[in-house]
Ligand binder design. Structure first.
Ligand code: ADP
Ligand code: ZN
Length: 600
């Protein structure tokens, strides 16, 4: 049996295992069953790929998406591993090829779609074959409580029964207790050892900015990611289209993606996102599941997600490769109104709506917190971060809170005195004593609150209303389109039995992102940065020539190491992370010559 560390180094080019990887690998290599719960980017693939290469026979890997399989197989082949995928896109000829390789014992990993597993043809394919292990990727698909339920996953326990004594490993990035219990029960993994780690994603920097001009704020944010790829999420298809068009007009490489688009075009845009190094994909949340692109440098939300779970899953698509990445969201009063309305006007039964409202409230709490965002997120998932993270907006530039009781009373008086029939725009005009046409039409200049709010400016009043809505002191009145009404607890504030602490929104400029250089390269000195760019160009050239995404050639971390270490021989290059033997042979010389030129 081969040694796992040797395989890790020679094939994958990694110098050491990370976190619990080594324990999982040793356990499975020795024949044990495992359930692996690691967050995205922690390196789950290594947990079954290394044992697959250490043990005799072919490893069966069940994977739910064709795109995922294709990527994994391509990456393995580039690393010199014999791997294949069996799914609906495979021709009879290719299937025959796979059969031959299995009988000859030359195939190391076989990826298979879940619906194939219980077919007679797959059964025959494996007859008499030596199976190294069975890996079930994205194992949360077995649970109907999760977001990606796949009925075929329910049949997978049977696969284990067919190969007694063969170790099984189930992997997922979904950690909630119900899903975990479902995986163990449905896949009959009661005897398996459980490996789980913190779900923190330390390389992702969180920022939630108060919206004032969403487009300009987005543009300024995207400017800090020039030359990189990322995702901009919008709630509606129309907004996806508009935003992509506008960004393209501003000279950014933006493309739309949503389920209502022509399939061929949608596919082309997804492909561009995967294969170009700089593509801003503007999408509805339909996009992302099964996208394994490791170098997504940012995820931006222009609209509020539905819950902290959704937010974490969507932002989690950034920075799989562990390099610095941004999760950015702009958030305003309209989001609260819109989300509340979507719940209230939806068709779900009342008890489901209650859960949805509670989830939204938790998310609004995250948006309005003056504490560390990461700490708030992790505590929602039941984890405690001992200290503030230092890598979120509230840690980097702390926000104050202020006693907003007086302001809340004035704002709520404006709501009440105008009959609970108006939105924030008009209410703020009333507070500021503006004699607009609307104010005159309704005679609101005669109300006692008229002009009572001149001590604060419009932006602060926006912030007050937003926070009152987030806390439920003010609610959306659905009988009058977008109007505000008093909520539970308002009375206690009027009576001064309850104080209202508010977040002091940051002055506009302070909400902007850091320096000019994109985060992934932020820590590179100037000359190394220039080299890094030259290496990226070479990577692009090599990737294009083969029709594969650039990260299949080398990851950003590897290029950064090359730019910093400046290896001048293949031997020196082999010591860098992510360069196994096969890739060294294939690409080493090309990159060495780029380094030589950059030096000269
Ligand atoms: P997951 O499936 O958990 O989201 P992946 O298996 O895709 O994560 O791995 C994420 C990234 O981490 C990949 O770029 C991979 O090359 C890298 N990686 C995994 N294990 C190691 C390791 N031991 N050392 C260095 N990089 C690693
Ligand atoms: Zn923090």
């Amino acid at each position: 049996m081969k040694d796992p560390r040797d395989v890790l180094h020679a094939v994958f080019g990694h110098s050491a295992f990370r976190g619990l990887q080594e324990e999982v690998v040793r356990h499975v290599t020795q024949g044990g069953d495992a359930v692996v719960l690691f967050p995205t980017g922690a390196g789950k693939s290594v947990c079954y790929q290394v044992p697959a290469l250490c043990r005799e026979g072919v490893a069966i890997v069940v994977s739910p998406l064709i795109a995922l399989m294709r990527d994994q197989v391509e990456a393995l082949r580039q690393a010199g591993v014999s791997a294949a995928a069996l799914n609906s896109t495979v021709s009879a000829e290719e299937a025959g090829d796979i059969r031959r390789q299995i009988s000859a014992g030359t195939l190391d990993l076989l990826y298979v779609a879940p619906e194939r597993v219980s077919t007679p043809s797959f059964r025959r394919l494996l007859e008499g074959a030596r199976v190294a292990l069975i890996a079930i990727d994205e194992a949360h698909c077995v649970s109907q409580w999760g977001h990606d339920f796949r009925p075929d996953y329910r049949e997978l326990a049977e696969l284990g029964a067919r190969f007694p004594g063969v170790p099984r490993i189930a992997l997922t990035a979904t950690a909630d207790a119900v899903t975990k219990a479902d995986i163990i029960e449905r896949l009959e993994l009661q005897e398996a050892r459980l490996f789980s780690t913190s779900f923190d994603r330390p390389n992702i920097a969180y920022a939630i900015v108060e919206r004032d001009n969403a487009r300009q704020q987005l543009l300024r944010f995207l400017k800090t990611h020039e030359g990189e790829s990322g995702i901009v999420y919008c709630l509606s298809r129309a907004k996806v289209e508009e935003t992509a068009r506008w960004l393209a007009g501003e000279g950014l490489p933006a493309l739309p993606y949503h389920a209502g688009m022509d399939a061929a075009l949608r596919h082309a845009h997804q492909d561009a996102f995967l294969k170009d190094e700089q593509c801003c994909l503007v999408a509805t949340t339909a996009f992302g599941m099964g996208i394994d692109k490791p170098d997504v440098r940012y995820v931006a939300h222009l609209d509020l997600p539905s819950s902290i779970e959704a937010y974490y899953q969507e932002t989690g698509r950034a920075g799989r490769d562990g390099q610095p990445s941004d999760a950015w969201m702009s958030y305003g009063v309209a989001d609260v109104v819109q989300r509340r309305r979507m719940i209230d006007e939806g068709n779900a039964p009342e008890e489901v709506k209650r859960v949805e409202r509670a989830k939204l409230t938790a998310l609004l709490g995250l948006c309005e917190t003056t504490d560390c965002r990461r700490r708030a997120i992790l505590s929602y998932f039941g984890e405690t971060l001992p200290a503030p993270c230092g890598n979120c907006d509230t840690c980097r530039s702390p926000v104050d809170s202020w006693d907003g009781t007086e302001a809340a009373i004035k704002a709520m008086a404006a709501v009440y005195r105008t009959g609970e029939r108006f939105g924030t725009g008009h209410l703020i005009d009333v507070l500021l004593g503006k004699e607009t046409e609307k104010v005159k039409r309704f005679g609101h200049e005669g109300q006692p609150v008229f002009g009572q709010g001149k001590d604060l400016d419009a932006r602060v009043w926006q912030s007050v209303f937003r926070q009152l809505l987030a806390s439920g002191l003010v609610v959306v009145n659905h009988d009058a389109h977008g109007a505000l009404a008093l909520g539970e607890g308002a009375r206690a504030v009027f009576r001064k039995e309850r104080t209202v602490m508010l977040r002091r929104d940051r002055p506009r400029r302070a909400t902007e992102a850091r320096g000019q250089r994109a985060p992934v390269a932020a820590d590179l000195p100037e000359d190394a940065f220039v080299t890094f760019q030259a290496l990226r160009a070479e990577r692009m050239r090599l990737a294009k020539a083969q029709g594969v995404p650039p990260y299949i050639v080398f990851g950003d971390a590897t290029l950064k190491a090359m730019a910093l270490e400046q290896p001048s021989t293949l031997k020196e290059m082999a010591a860098l992370p992510g360069i196994g033997e096969a890739k060294l042979e294939r690409y080493g010389a090309a990159f060495l010559s780029v380094l030589r030129q950059a030096e000269g």
